[in-house]
Every structure is written in C-alpha cells, then in structure tokens.
Write a protein that binds this ligand. Structure first.
Ligand code: 9WN
Length: 444
C-alpha cells in the first residue's frame, strides 16, 4: 500500500508544479497560496527538496515591505477570469520590485518556519550538497520569517494581548468554518455584490460543497472594506466589520516561534533563539487566557468587536496542542474533545454532533488532511504517541482508499472537492516517511 500511495502522491506534486511554484489544484486554485506552500514544502522535501526551497522563495519574494506574506501570489500567466477574486479585484499596488496586482492583501497561517525547519532536517538524507543548499536557504528565509512574525504580532495585534487577529475568514485557511458564524452575523451580506463580481469557484466545484452565496458576498464585502484603505491596519478595529482571534492561527504563530528558535540555533544566533522560545511561551499564555472556555474545555475563536467567544466547537479549537507549554488542564481538555463523539480520528472540521454539522460543505464538517496533520503533530508534542499513531494510520488509510482529494466526507470517506490536491499528496508523503517527534516535544 505504501509504495502505491507514495508514487501517486509524487505524481500529483509533479503535475501541479508550475515552473517556480506549486498550485494547490490546477482547475480550482491556479495560483500560489501561502499556507499551502508550507504544507507542500513538507512533502517536497522527500521527492524534490530543490523545489521545496524554490516554492518557499517564490512566496517570500512576494512579501510586503511591512512583513505580511500574502495569502495568494498571483501567476501573471493565468488569466483574470480563471480565478475569482483575481489580481485586478484585489488591486494591490506595486511594492518593492513587485508589479501592481501581484498578490492579495490578506495573510494565512504562518506555518512556513515549521516547514522550512522540516525541509532543512530532511536535507541530510539527500547528501552534503543538499545540506549546504538548505543552510543557505535558511539564511535567506530567516529574516523574512521573523518579519512575518513581527507583522502579525504588532500590526495585527488588534486585541492588544499579543495575539494576531484575522480580518477575513480566508486568513484562517478555514474559510466558512462555523467558528466565524457569530462574528460574520455582524457583516452585511450584500448579495448584489455577486452580480457585480461573479463567483468562479461554482464553475469548477459543486455548489453544495462550497460556501453559500450569503457567505461569499460577505467575503467580497470584507475585501472591499480592507482594500478601501489600501490594506492598512491602522485603526482597523474601528472601521472593519470582522476581527477575530483564531486558536488555530495563533497556535501556528506560536509553533512558528519554536521552529524559528531551532533555525536560529543552526544559524548560530543563540540570543535570538532564546527570544523566539520566550515569544512562543507568551503566545501560549495569551491563547490560554483569551481563547480557552473552562465550561466547554476547548478553545474558541474570540470576536474582538463584541469581546465574546464563538460557541462553535471546531477543529481549530484543538490546534493549541501544537504548543509544548500548554498547561495540563488544557491538554487534557483538548484531548478529551478530540477523542469524544464530536470529533474522533481523523477529526472532521466541525463537531459531528452539532445540529448544523454538514458532511459536504467545505469547513463545516468534512475531514481535511492538513488540520489532522497538525493535530497529529500536537499529539506528538505532548508525548501522546499511541494516539498520534492511530491518527496517522487513519489518515493514510483514508487517502490510500479514496485518493488525494482536497477534503473527505466525514462518514463515508468519499473524496470531495479538487481530486489531485497538492497538500493532501505532500502530507501523505510525510505521513509515510516521518515517525519522528518534534525536538521540543515533552517526554512521553
Ligand atoms: C480562498 C487553496 C485554499 C486554501 C484554503 C481553502 C481554500 C480559497 C477558496 O483554498 O481557500 O483562499 O477559494 O476557497 O479554504 O485553506 O489555502 O488551497
């Protein structure tokens, strides 16, 4: 089984390579996406490390002067009509050496330091020249990764507690998660926007799987609001309808600091390594203080406009397990939540027992491999090896039986969305090859 799965995954990554970057899916997502690049690099490390570094470089070459790493880097060879919202809609001005309309103005979870560290670690398996290349790439990436963290923890520290806020559901990577329902209720849904701007995703995907028109019109409206002030973050809370602290985004932010500590160590920057570890610790404390609900015993998204936690129990609430300093009470709570009838392995994107659990619709029920990969990493970080192995086996079985789909039906395992999806293939390679435990994991 593993050779077959390995080979099919390698074929997907070969097919989706576009010269200097990977596309998540040729038809549905024909540009480069930010957190996809991180997941993809983790898999490319096994079959083509040169491309893993190239892909990360392509993304960071589009980094803004303020440190933000855009959620999409547009491929100038792809027509405006091939993806909505495309380059002209975002209207991003030229910056640095980049031409106008080269990217979007929003971000995605900063998983790239974790990815870069994993690609570096794998380099020794490919020989001395590869190790040398990997070190040079880390040197190039390190200040850029730090600038990304700085942007998120300063300009996006809208709540003032050291966490990064997302200002659009797309920034979470979990677009239509029920975690945003309460906050999105305060965002006007102007359906006429979808007449002015036509959705393109429904031409290539099943409408029953994708976000609804109401949600989509809000997504478009939020971009227009952020775009109106040239994507400035100054006073954003007072003039923008959506600002949320997401447990998954911030857990990744903390995990990135730990990966940066390891990278800084390899680069001989000992003092910086200590600073990164301290920052990870502070992010962990802030997540616990602001996003933990002692009644539900899991983490929830905080709406900064109302100061309330979303009642929804989503897979994003399990992600703080990525942080080794998470206190025992929270580790136990999240583990119990993950093992309960609400989730199970592999975990669906939303509570299976919720009245509005939707087996088909994107982040409102289906199983996604990337968040389960993160959950497995979190289990390993806390020494929960048996659970991590059970989850790993369940993911490998799912992808082997059904293919490298974008997401999966949480009851039948049927593949949904794009059929040859890059991060599913890339993470399948990692799940087959890597049984190691992150260096900063707690003892079992
Ligand atoms: C909007 C590319 C991206 C992923 C996201 C996923 C989906 C886009 C969309 O596809 O988002 O950015 O059009 O739905 O939700 O996680 O990065 O694979």
């Amino acid at each position: 089984m593993s050779a077959e799965l390995w080979n099919s995954a390698a074929v997907v990554l070969e097919t989706n390579w576009s010269g200097d970057h990977m596309v998540p899916s040729r038809r549905l997502y024909p540009h480069q996406w930010s957190w996809d690049t991180a997941f993809i690099a983790i898999g490319l490390a096994y079959v083509n490390p040169g491309r893993a570094w190239r892909d990360l470089r392509s993304l960071f070459e589009a980094q803004w002067p303020d440190g933000r790493v855009p959620h999409i880097v547009f491929d100038p060879a792809t027509a405006e009509a091939d993806y909505f919202p495309g380059p002209a809609f975002w209207g991003v001005p030229a910056y640095g050496a980049r031409p106008a309309n080269g990217s979007t103005g929003i971000v995605q979870p900063p998983l790239h330091a974790v990815a870069a560290w994993k690609v570096y670690r794998r380099a020794s398996a490919h020989g001395a020249a590869c190790v040398q290349e990997a070190r040079a790439e880390l040197e190039w990436l390190y200040p850029r990764l730090v600038a990304q963290q700085d942007y998120l923890t300063t300009r996006r520290n809208l709540g003032g507690a050291g966490l990064a806020s997302i200002v659009h559901p797309w920034e979470s990577g979990l677009d239509n998660s029920p975690a945003w329902d309460a906050a999105m209720a305060g965002v006007p849904a102007d359906l006429s926007l979808l007449t002015t701007y036509r959705r393109r995703d429904l031409d290539v995907a099943d409408a029953a799987h994708r976000p609804t028109d109401r949600d989509y019109s809000r997504y478009v409206g939020l971009v227009l609001s952020y775009r109106a002030e040239s994507y400035s973050d100054t006073d954003l809370l007072s003039r923008h309808d959506f600002a949320v602290e997401c447990p998954s985004f911030n857990a990744i932010l903390g995990a990135a600091e730990l990966a940066l500590a390891q990278i800084a160590g390899v680069l001989g920057r000992t003092a910086e390594a200590a600073v990164h570890r301290e920052r990870a610790h502070r992010i962990t404390d802030a997540i616990v203080a602001r996003l933990w609900d002692p009644r539900s015993r899991t983490f929830h998204a905080r709406d900064l406009r109302t100061g309330t936690l979303s009642p929804a129990r989503c897979v994003s609430g399990l992600m703080p397990l990525l942080l080794p300093d998470l206190p025992a009470e929270q580790v136990e709570g999240v583990l119990a939540e993950a093992r309960s009838a609400r989730f199970g392995f592999p975990a669906p994107s939303y509570d299976r027992t919720a009245a509005d659990f939707d087996t088909m619709r994107y982040w409102r029920g289906p199983v996604w491999i990337n968040v389960n990969w993160l959950l497995r990493r979190g289990l390993l970080v806390h020494g929960l090896r048996d659970e991590a192995e059970e989850l790993r086996a369940a993911m490998v079985r799912l992808v082997h039986q059904h293919g490298h789909f974008e997401y999966f039906h949480p009851a039948t395992g049927e593949g949904l969305g794009a059929p040859t999806f890059s991060w599913t293939a890339a993470l399948a390679l990692d799940l087959l090859a890597d049984r190691s435990v992150p260096a900063y994991a707690r003892a079992a």
